[in-house]
Design a protein around this ligand. Structure first.
Ligand SMILES: Cc1ncc(COP(=O)(O)O)c(C=O)c1O
Length: 356
């Protein structure tokens, strides 16, 4: 029996699992959203089982695509493609624009699932070491482009886990210089950096070598429904249609996303509240004496505690808070905490002080 050698060499994604008391635990480990509009909840509850379960889904729902285009001012030169989660989008984009043996450039550390998708597609991953961890520059990406001739350049922006954010002006320079690469800008956390929610999307209409990915898992609180999208120039979007599995786009996830965008101002308000809460957490962690990697532009903060991260993780876990520590040796001193709105984060900081 033959096993694909790239699969054999890879390590499977490990799902966090749900403890029995999941509803009593505050999960600040996966950067999930902390809010769903009551309008969206009511709408989801009103859907019939026939529509959401018994029938195969309808494929992409045009109204959702139209509303996404409207909200983000997307014109005729770009197309929106829906995916069951942005993970799925990233995997498809990588497979569409590279072949085994090609190179992908990313910084270290980068979002783990993207690393896995690149590995299992047989790509040669060239990491850019960034020091300090939140100091990736476009110059470093351009230098690596000239040296390694990558098929793909990928970065999360804001960056998970450091929270660094590169503005559209900088990304535009990269698009101009790295013309032979496909640049994937993963904007899973864009809403917490740019409350216009536009980000680098306008660049897609101008440059056919940029694809943006977005998710409804973070600000929109729909991680469990698995829905995200990509924005690609019409010159390249037909290629992405080949691997796009529209059968996996459920009706409930698309309709929930659509309803969320219809109430987008509620979410914009929440994004502002998260940004304020993030500032409170950064300040509090500094007051405690931890080294904060900042400023963060995501719905999370990375820091170096004065206690060993795994020990602190366990103490917090015993008190009902899940956070994130890292097993990768170069990240061993770091912890990450997701940011919810202020009352939850005040409770978190109080508990943190108690367990130190
Ligand atoms: C940088 C980044 N991109 C993408 C995702 C995945 O999003 P989705 O739930 O849409 O697959 C995550 C989730 O944590 C992430 O951190």
């Amino acid at each position: 029996m033959k096993i694909n050698r790239y699969i054999k060499e890879a390590e499977a994604y490990s799902s966090p699992g749900w403890p029995d008391n999941i509803e009593d635990i505050i999960r600040l480990g996966m950067n999930e959203g902390d809010f769903i509009s009551p309008h969206v909840v009511e709408y989801i509850q009103s859907l019939s089982i026939d529509l959401i379960a018994r029938h195969y889904p309808p494929g992409e729902i045009p109204e959702l695509i139209n509303v996404i285009k409207e909200v983000h001012n997307i014109g005729d030169n770009a197309e929106v493609l829906l995916y069951p989660g942005s993970d799925n989008a990233i995997d498809n984009i990588i497979r569409t624009f590279s072949e085994p043996g090609d190179t992908i450039i990313m910084r270290f550390p980068e979002y783990g699932n993207t690393v896995l998708f690149a590995q299992t597609h047989g790509l040669n991953i060239v990491y850019i070491d960034v020091n300090p961890i939140n100091n990736l520059t476009v110059e470093a990406l351009i230098q690596a482009y000239h040296k390694h001739h990558p098929a793909i350049i990928y970065f999360s922006n804001p960056h998970n886990p450091s929270g660094q954010f590169l503005g559209p002006d900088e990304i535009e320079i990269l698009a101009q210089k790295a013309q032979n690469s496909l640049i994937i800008v993963d904007e899973a956390y864009l809403h917490f950096a740019d409350t216009t929610f536009i980000g680098a999307i306008p660049l897609v209409e101008k440059y056919s070598n940029i694809v943006i990915t977005r998710t409804f898992s973070k600000l929109f609180g729909l991680a469990g429904l698995r829905i995200g999208f990509a924005v690609a120039n019409t010159k390249i979007s037909p290629h992405l249609r080949i691997l796009q599995r529209t059968k996996d786009l459920t009706y409930i996830s698309q309709m929930a996303a659509l309803q969320s965008l219809k109430h987008i101002e509620e979410y914009r308000q929440v994004a502002h509240e998260i940004i304020e809460s993030r500032q409170f957490v950064e300040n509090s962690l500094k007051e405690i004496g931890f080294e904060v990697i900042g400023p963060s532009y995501g719905n999370f903060v990375l820091f170096k505690p004065t206690v060993e991260p795994k020990i602190l993780y366990e103490r917090l876990h015993d008190r009902g808070y899940i956070t994130r520590f890292y097993t990768e040796p170069r990240m061993a001193n770091y912890m990450r905490v997701s940011i919810w709105r202020k009352p939850v984060m005040e409770g978190f900081i109080r508990t943190l002080k108690e367990v130190l």
